[in-house]
Design a protein around this ligand. Structure first.
Ligand code: ATP
Ligand code: MG
Length: 257
């Protein structure tokens, strides 16, 4: 087992509300890990702590850098530092340049990784390498047929795939996905689940997701972490978590509320 991301006593309070409460977890690079929990459980806040959008009140986060090496303490680091080190977040549409093709978007994601800006004088060989690597990502994401399509003309399902391709374009060690199948029909959902599983297996990138659709969670996850009122109430395989009394209670309680 290789830990790619871990938290220790991670805590975030907003005034008197403890949104993430003393969470200690360790995420294995081989696993697809899902973070679940009722509305308001603290999932988004937990993500924001991992990616640096929020600073923890207490506790810490350690990340394995892209390309391997020892875990690095990233507690309190800025989002761009954490992202450069190897944690990507697949954002909603606002990260995509609508007027550009899928291929150009992936190329730009890689340029920003290299710390360059768009440079008209860049050498042709550099450009060739960039395009080659962008194509690899597009093939991995099965986006070949829409590679030259302007992003504004994509279907919802393909747009979500592009967001993942952009996150992947920077060779991250971890990608955080926020409800990757939200708003998808059954066939798009199935394709998205296949895609994440294939990418987790065939790249050096480890996928972590939050997801409300329990069928997706149970189908895709090697490991599930359950948050409730900010605390980690259960973790384990899908079967272990489903059999957990506290999990049943948290979800039933959520439905009654
Ligand atoms: N910036 C903030 N200031 C104050 N309270 C906040 C802030 N962000 C989140 N909260 C509160 O922290 C708690 C956890 O919220 P969070 O958004 O992390 O939950 P969630 O699990 O992502 O919920 P959902 O499933 O609805 O997306 C909630 O009670 C929320 O109201
Ligand atoms: Mg949320």
């Amino acid at each position: 087992m290789t830990t790619v991301l871990e938290t220790e006593g991670l805590t975030k309070a907003f005034g008197r509300l403890v949104a993430v409460d003393d969470v200690t977890v360790s995420i294995d690079s081989e696993d697809i890990t899902s973070i679940i929990g009722p509305n308001g459980a603290g999932k988004t806040t937990f993500y924001n702590l991992l990616s640096g959008q929020l600073k923890p009140t207490a506790g810490g986060v350690r990340l394995r850098p892209r390309g391997g090496g020892d875990l690095v303490d990233v507690t309190g680091d800025e989002p761009y530092e954490i992202s450069r080190l190897g944690l990507s977040r697949a954002y909603q549409i606002n990260n995509v340049f609508e007027g550009l093709s899928v291929l150009d978007n992936v190329r730009i994601a890689r340029i920003s990784l290299q710390g360059r800006t768009l440079d008209l004088t860049s050498r042709a060989t550099e450009d060739e390498e960039l395009t080659e690597r962008a194509w690899e990502v597009i093939e991995l994401a099965r986006l070949e047929e829409v590679a030259e399509t302007e992003c504004s003309n994509l279907s919802h399902g393909d747009t979500r795939k592009v967001e993942i391709a952009l996150a992947l374009g920077t060779d991250p060690s971890v990608v955080l996905l926020d409800e990757p199948t939200a708003g998808m029909n059954a066939s798009e959902t199935r394709k998205m689940v296949d895609l994440v599983q294939r990418l987790n297996e065939n790249t050096d990138t480890t996928f972590v997701l939050t997801e409300h659709d329990m069928e997706v969670v149970l189908g895709i996850s090697d490991r599930i972490l359950v948050l409730d009122s900010g605390g980690l109430i259960a973790e384990g395989t899908p079967a272990e978590v489903m059999a957990d009394e506290r999990v049943k209670e948290a979800y039933l309680g959520g439905e009654e509320a």
